[in-house]
Design a protein around this ligand. Structure first.
Ligand SMILES: [Zn+2]
Length: 447
């Protein structure tokens, strides 16, 4: 679908010049604002103006669409400071105390069907906004009076409103552009958005924080009170995948040789089910590690006790000898999870596998100024701690940031790493590291 040629048609224009020619003055001005420095109007078809990046990035050409009838609205929003939200698909218009977020159902059902099958009833909003519920995008066979889609609710106390309705042209325009020319951008999966209205007098930072907070609370209440499951679409959706050799499409299969307990195999494969949720994937691998912690710890303890018993100076007749032994048993018994993890990484993970991993990976991610805050860096400097210790510390700290472990006071003050945040989307290298550890633990935990 979607060669450039197909974009021309009766009354439509195939070139920027022809499109501009057909526009009135105010539309030409709007186009110039929308183009800015980074895009060009490319053509107009079926009342839809198509813009293309003037300098295609790594991902190739991207296309954005604006209905011709909405060119002025989009231009106006851009002039008034509409910017993409930093974490979620959607945009902020701080000067107007406005934010718009793309939502999607958390189950695999088209958004339109999920939203339009419901009969929406909401509190009356006594605010200054005019809200007209949307008509369904396709006839759903119900009587007209039930086809009121969306809501607009207001809190006088918080001086804020929240609305679910069709996406505005600006939101559609500013959301992730299309990688191909589509004949029906208006049928986008992202056609409904959550809109939040707060005090326009707030500064940009506060508008963003408050609006995002209200959006998250709305999603939560829709779930807990109404059983409606939405998620805010993250601005970037990372899909974590681990191909054995990228691009290879001739997998070589063997009869399974690893004697992996079913529960561990299940934990490991849960990671694949959560492919677009990096913190979940990380936790799945971490649970595999957890499974092997007692085994690693026990093996280490037995080894340590054997050495103590073989010590030629050990004398079972001497109280001091027995007490020394007792102390070391106590110490082993009290090992924290972090200490146990250090033992696991030291004893169950081959050092050359770690070195191999860090040879291949972008080490900047693991450095002091990497994208994941508040967890120990990993340094390959010869004078730093053993790699296994650094890795265990980082993995443990990251796990605590994700589950927000209050049991370890060291991490109580560090903010939780949220599932769909920017940090979550930067987690791939740490997830890959956890996967290496889990794989090694599975291998070393055999029999
Ligand atoms: Zn309102």
């Amino acid at each position: 679908m979607g060669s450039r040629e197909s974009v021309t048609g009766a009354g439509d224009t195939g070139t920027r010049d022809a499109a501009m020619e057909s526009f009135e003055e105010f539309q030409k001005n709007a186009v110039q604002v929308i183009e800015g420095d980074s895009r060009k109007l490319s053509s107009v078809k079926d009342g839809m103006a198509m813009f293309v990046d003037s300098k295609p990035g790594k991902r190739g050409e991207r296309f954005r669409f604006v209905p011709v009838a909405s060119l002025s609205i989009v231009a106006d929003d851009l002039v008034n400071g509409a910017v993409e939200h930093s974490e979620y698909a959607g945009f902020l218009l701080p000067g107007r105390g406005y934010a718009e977020f793309t939502v999607r159902p958390s189950r695999s059902m088209p958004l339109r069907r999920y939203i339009e099958r419901l009969k929406w009833v909401s509190d009356d909003a006594e605010c200054s906004h005019a809200f007209i519920p949307s008509e369904p995008t396709r006839p759903n066979g119900r009587e007209a009076e039930s086809s009121r889609i969306g809501f607009h609710v207001h809190s006088p106390k918080e001086r804020a409103c929240v609305e679910l309705s069709r996406a505005t042209a600006t939101a559609t325009f500013l959301t992730d552009p299309w990688p191909f020319v589509t004949a029906y951008p208006e049928n986008s999966l992202r056609m409904y958005t959550l809109k939040v209205f707060v005090e326009p007098s707030l500064d940009g930072e506060s508008v963003s924080r408050q609006a995002t907070d209200i959006a998250a609370r709305s999603i939560f209440e829709l779930d807990i009170r109404n059983g409606i499951h939405f998620v805010l679409e993250p601005r970037e959706r990372l899909r974590v995948s681990f191909e054995a050799s990228p691009g290879s499409n001739s997998p070589k299969i063997r009869f399974p040789r690893l004697k992996t307990p079913r529960e561990v195999a299940a934990l490991f494969s849960f990671a694949a089910e959560a492919s677009d949720n990096p913190p979940f994937i990380f936790l799945s691998y971490y649970q595999v590690l957890e499974y092997f912690l007692p085994m690693a710890h026990k093996r280490d303890a037995v080894k340590a006790l054997r050495i103590a018993l073989k010590d030629p100076y050990f004398d079972e007749g001497e109280d001091s000898s027995v007490l020394t032994l007792l102390n070391s048993i106590e110490r082993l018994k009290q090992a924290s999870e972090e200490e146990q993890l250090k033992v696991l990484v030291r004893d169950f993970v081959r050092e050359e596998k770690l070195k191999e991993f860090f040879d291949d990976v972008d080490v900047k991610h693991f450095a002091n100024k990497g994208p994941i805050a508040g967890i120990p860096e990993i340094s390959l400097h010869p004078k730093s701690e053993p790699l296994s210790v650094q890795v265990a510390k980082r993995i443990y700290a990251l796990r605590n940031r994700i589950v927000h472990a209050k049991d370890d006071p060291k991490y109580a003050s560090i903010p939780v790493l949220l599932p769909r945040s920017v940090e979550a989307n930067n987690l791939q290298p740490d997830v890959a590291l956890a996967r290496v550890l889990a794989t090694e633990a599975l291998i070393h935990g055999q029999g």
